[in-house]
Design a protein around this ligand. Structure first.
Ligand SMILES: [Zn+2]
Length: 105
């Protein structure tokens, strides 16, 4: 079951042609709009490892980092894919979420 969701995430990220946010992925997969994005985030680290391993290091999940819509601050040092709740520079909660895509390295 979980494997299926992960496989569908891989396919979406390969075929989208542009980076997708967890919210967009959740909507495209038809997941519950209230919990879907959170679920996608929990899958993404595993998806990244799978893509890397299965392609022999030729393909990789790239993350476009989240940024603050108010001041432009970019969250460059996230160690895990997630949507920060608040900007550390200006305190705004208008955060543009991270976006993901699979590309050849
Ligand atoms: Zn800010």
């Amino acid at each position: 079951m979980e494997e299926t969701v992960r496989e569908r995430i891989v396919r979406l990220l390969e075929e989208a042609g542009h980076p997708l946010s967890a919210e967009e992925i959740a909507a495209l997969l038809g997941l519950d709009p209230r919990t879907g994005a959170k679920e996608v985030y929990t899958h993404l680290s595993h998806v990244a490892r799978t893509v890397w391993r299965r392609s022999g290091g030729r393909k990789q999940v790239f993350m476009e980092p989240p940024s603050c819509r108010a001041c432009g601050y970019v969250f460059k040092s996230l160690n895990k894919p997630r949507r920060p709740s608040k900007c550390p520079r200006c305190g705004s909660q208008r955060i543009d979420p991270p976006r993901f895509i699979i590309m050849e390295v």
